[in-house]
Design a protein around this ligand. Structure first.
Ligand SMILES: [Zn+2]
Length: 80
């Protein structure tokens, strides 16, 4: 009877160790696939533009457009 319980516990332990060994690699692969997918979806929606004064990149919707040039803030428009 005790041998059977010990055997069951041993099998559970082996499965537990195998699951732990497989999980981090699978999780990492899923995460990289997700972030790549998100990038591909986001890029056409929100284009990144560069500030003419400080060359910082920011979303198109947050940038100021003056005479065809993008700026990150009102201060950098005045610095022109
Ligand atoms: Zn700027």
């Amino acid at each position: 009877m005790w041998k059977l319980i010990f055997l069951g516990l041993l099998i559970w332990l082996v499965i537990y160790i195998i699951k732990r060994a497989i999980k981090p690699a699978a999780k990492h692969a899923d995460h990289t696939n997700e972030s790549e997918g998100e990038k591909q979806h986001q890029e056409p929606v929100e284009n990144m533009v560069q500030c003419t004064t400080c060359h910082v990149h920011l979303p198109r919707s947050e940038a100021f457009l003056v005479n065809g040039n993008f700026y990150c803030s009102r201060a950098h428009i005045e610095n022109k």
